[in-house]
Design a protein around this ligand. Structure first.
Ligand SMILES: NC(=O)c1ccc[n+]([C@@H]2O[C@H](COP(=O)([O-])OP(=O)(O)OC[C@H]3O[C@@H](n4cnc5c(N)ncnc54)[C@H](O)[C@@H]3O)[C@@H](O)[C@H]2O)c1
Length: 371
């Protein structure tokens, strides 16, 4: 079996989970681990018999590898991905892939130019429950969806700082949003969000909202709400996705599907075990097949685009249509130039067509329809 040599940027809690799973994947070898905290890099390197680094420029220069995992907080995605792609390394990037879309476009361009494989840590796409619902919805009209994530506050200090994590929706509840996109195969065209900090203001250093409500419109017409909060610090909580069709509510969880209303025999039965996301990445590298990876960088970036749009909506108090945001960046005619709203020259953008063109052409809000 061909050996796949892997390096890491970031050796925190999540990276250690990937390392543990990779250690069980036949033929996968962790060769080098970088973390700006020397002890974290060293401890992980000792456990996996790898080289430890605190500087990934040196690591990428000195160590021969086939793939790089980047598992750092959202604000810390700088140039590791571009350098790795340019060096021909396949990339596994943790979600959310960026805090700033322009950085994401740069990484996407580097990945596409180099022709390397890419994976983002949206592992819920691999679940049997997710895939059975996706197949079931393929020829059905979804009307509405709702999702909760009411959980606790992670201990990592950057998580509670808005400029570092992007807040819970962007950092964590991104999983639910990504799954809504995946299960319905539909794109979000409009986002309206309201945020507040209502009950956790006593927590030192907190600048993220503790109450986030989002209204989404998809290009198949479906309307969805997401409500998310890290307020359940003493444990417990609620995490779900519900999908409404005519005479039917489908409830998703990792371990089961519930159906209320018209029975759906296709969704009955115990979920099957599927390969985990690290196994899928290594398998894909061995045969050079991107289709074995459940979420590419581009797909991950599209999900990121929506949660950043929600942050923009909450900040401005206005709905954000993604195609409008794209036009403002590149100019109304699709060329780099003055922003459409006349606020000033737009920055040069390498936004791909899916970001700039009206997603879901044919979607036309009709505010007067039910007046
Ligand atoms: N897919 C999932 O289900 C899942 C689960 C947990 C976390 N995550 C994601 O993984 C990422 C990391 O989360 P975490 O919980 O491991 O955080 P963490 O704080 O435990 O670890 C982050 C590590 O990155 C290191 N780091 C920061 N900047 C660096 C740099 N420039 N070079 C090298 N190392 C650097 C830090 O020192 C730290 O050790 C986040 O984006 C998070 O959302 C994904």
């Amino acid at each position: 079996m061909t050996e796949v040599k892997i390096g890491f940027v970031g050796a925190g809690g999540n990276a250690r989970g990937h390392m543990g799973r990779l250690a069980e994947v036949e033929g996968a070898t962790i060769v080098a681990i970088c973390d700006i905290v020397e002890a974290s890099a060293r401890d992980a390197a000792v456990e996996h018999a790898a080289e430890a680094y605190t500087d990934y420029y040196r690591m990428l220069d000195e160590i021969e590898m086939d793939a790089l995992y980047v598992s750092v907080p959202p604000f810390a995605h700088t140039d590791a991905e571009v350098l790795a792609a340019e060096a021909g390394l396949h990339l596994f990037v943790e979600k959310p892939v960026v805090l700033d879309m322009e950085k994401g476009f740069e990484v996407l361009e580097a990945i596409q130019s180099a022709g390397v494989l890419s994976s983002v840590g949206y592992q819920l796409r691999l679940m049997d429950t997710s895939n059975r619902i996706r197949a079931y919805l393929a020829d059905r009209q979804v009307a509405m969806m709702s999702s909760h994530r009411w959980g606790g506050l992670p201990g990592t200090p950057w998580w509670r700082v808005m400029d570092q994590s992007g807040g819970q929706l962007h950092e964590q509840t991104t999983h639910q949003l990504d799954l809504m996109r995946y299960m319905t195969a539909a794109e979000v065209v409009e986002v309206y969000a309201r945020y507040d900090l209502l009950a956790m203001g006593d927590i030192e250093g907190i600048t993220i909202p503790d109450s986030q409500g989002v209204l989404l419109t998809f290009d198949n017409g479906a309307i969805a709400t997401m409500v998310t909060s890290p307020m359940m610090t003493a444990g417990g909580g609620k995490s779900d996705i519900n999908i409404l069709l005519r005479d039917q509510i489908i409830g998703w969880s990792t371990s089961q599907i519930t159906v209320t209303g018209t029975p759906a025999p296709e969704l009955d039965g115990e979920p099957e075990e599927r390969p985990h996301i690290d196994q899928a990445f290594v398998d894909a590298i061995r045969v050079g097949d991107q289709s074995l990876i459940p979420c590419s960088y581009e797909e991950g970036l599209r999900t990121c685009d929506v949660t950043l749009a929600a942050n923009e909506s909450a900040a401005t108090g206005r709905p954000v249509r993604r195609c409008d945001a794209g036009r403002q960046r590149v100019g109304g005619d699709g060329q780099a130039g003055a922003a459409e709203d006349g606020v000033g020259p737009a920055s040069r953008s390498i936004a791909p067509a899916w970001h700039d063109q009206a997603r879901g052409a044919g979607f036309a809000p009709q505010p007067a329809l039910f007046a």
